[in-house]
Design a protein around this ligand. Structure first.
Ligand code: 5AD
Ligand code: SF4
Length: 432
């Protein structure tokens, strides 16, 4: 999401006559787009800001902090990090040119612009400038904000209320990317399944219909999406996916915990039974679909048995990939105000390591089953291991590495899986 936002920021600035430069030495201003989801994300930002201090001593360099951390801390951040000149929340980027102008006008000024509580900003009319991409896959932001208020999560406070973007602007952006040679788009939102747009005629467009409209742009354009909230994943969406081969067979379905008491404390609005029913529905409509997840270890009052429930659920679902985190207290959330962060750090770490180890085994088992199968792969680039090899992904979002033959980035090729690790499938081109 931040990557997509940075592309909007670049577009706004270029339109106002600024330039993106490759080297710090050439920059008058550095913008740091920040995440506030866990404390370590914020610590990394502070580290980066301090590193830039040396550069500031060499030449005049303004530092602006954008994104969720700017919104969360506002002027406090400029007090704590003295070398920061301005902070701006995620819905305020249209005002960037004005802030930069004022900075140049008055040397020692500081600016703070926070989101309006009732922001309706979707940046729908802004064609993002694709930054550092591979010219093959791009993100399209389809909605902003979140109002699910999971009890541990800071996002509703930093990104504001949920709002969807006009579907026509989304379809147009996908079409433009396709015409420019892009082969894959990923539709982004905190909870894409609650995408909803009402047009002038009072007709509502939901996420399944939006997906279908984007899928119809071109059979050569792959469509991915993230993230799905289990409470809102509908059969209708799965049916749309089943109808279109170019909608990728991969669903990111964050579970967070495998225990019903924890899920209730987390305010997730589903049970383990509901979640497993959604997994069964995915398998029914899309037998070849991969499923990935997010999980939090050591949330407030989690017992050893409840942690075991998470491990059991991981075995039951057999995830292809998981983003795994230790619980990190976020100020102002429900959990910070009403629950106790009572699991010692070493216990959180040990539980997290157990989940990571188990997920490693599961991923390897899943990958072993892939050996012998042939997949259509979108080539993305040269493999890190060898110049003679390329890498790309199949529809399930698994990375395949294979000898390059005559293939090049941007091609669709058939690859037969011959071997694997827990993270990668190794294969060979199937010619003809
Ligand atoms: N601590 C740890 N992980 C968190 N996430 C969100 N908030 C927190 C927190 N306070 C994780 C969730 C979410 C992912 C984007 O980040 O798993 O799905
Ligand atoms: Fe945070 Fe929950 Fe919204 Fe995801 S759905 S952004 S975890 S509040």
């Amino acid at each position: 999401m931040n990557f997509a936002d940075s592309e909007v920021v670049a577009s706004i600035l270029i339109k106002a006559g600024h330039r993106i430069v490759d080297s710090l030495d050439d920059a008058d201003c550095v913008l740091i787009n920040t995440c506030a989801i866990r404390d370590n994300a914020e610590q990394r930002v502070r580290h980066r800001v301090r590193e830039l201090q040396a550069q500031q001593q060499r030449h005049r360099l303004h530092i602006g902090v954008l994104g969720c951390m700017a919104e969360r801390l506002q002027s406090q951040l400029m007090v704590e990090e003295e070398n920061v000149s301005f902070v701006m929340g995620p819905d305020t980027y249209r005002r960037l040119p004005e802030v930069l102008e004022n900075l140049t006008a008055s040397a020692n000024s500081k600016f703070e612009i926070q989101n309006s509580k009732f922001s309706t900003e979707t940046y729908a009319d802004i064609q993002p400038v694709r930054l550092g991409g591979n010219g093959i896959s791009a993100y399209i932001s389809i909605m902003r904000g979140c109002q699910n208020y999971c009890s541990y999560c800071v996002v509703p406070y930093t990104r504001g209320r949920e709002r969807s973007r006009d579907p026509q602007t989304i379809v147009d952006e996908a079409r433009t990317l396709c015409e420019q040679g892009y082969k894959e788009v990923t539709l982004l939102g905190q909870n894409v399944n609650s995408y909803r747009w009402k047009d002038e005629a009072g007709q509502t467009v939901g996420f399944p219909e939006l997906m279908e409209r984007v899928a119809l742009v071109s059979p050569q354009l792959r469509v991915r999406f993230a993230t799905s909230h289990p409470k809102d994943l509908s059969d209708e969406l799965l049916q749309v996916m089943a109808r279109h081969d170019n909608i990728c067979r991969c669903i990111h379905l964050p579970v967070q915990s495998g225990n019903n008491r924890m899920l209730k404390l987390m305010n997730r609005h589903y049970t383990v039974e509901w979640y497993l029913d959604r997994v069964a529905a995915i398998r029914r409509y899309l037998p070849d679909c991969s499923i990935t997840t997010d999980v939090i270890a050591g949330f407030c009052s989690e017992t050893e048995e409840e942690h075991q429930d998470t491990l059991r659920l991981f075995r039951q679902v057999g995830y292809d990939y998981a983003y795994m985190f230790k619980y990190s207290l976020r100020p102002d959330t429900y959990a910070a105000k009403h629950l106790t962060d009572d699991i010692p750090d070493e216990v959180k770490t040990r539980r997290l390591e157990e989940i990571i180890a188990l997920q490693g085994e599961i991923a390897l088992e899943n990958n072993r089953r892939e050996v012998g199968r042939t997949y259509e792969v979108l080539v993305e680039g040269t493999s890190r291991r060898s110049k003679e090899q390329l890498f790309g992904r199949n529809s399930q979002n698994k990375v395949l590495v294979f000898d390059r033959g005559n293939a090049k980035p941007g091609d669709y090729v058939q690859v037969k899986v011959t071997d694997c690790t827990a993270a990668t499938l190794l294969g060979e081109l199937v010619i003809g």
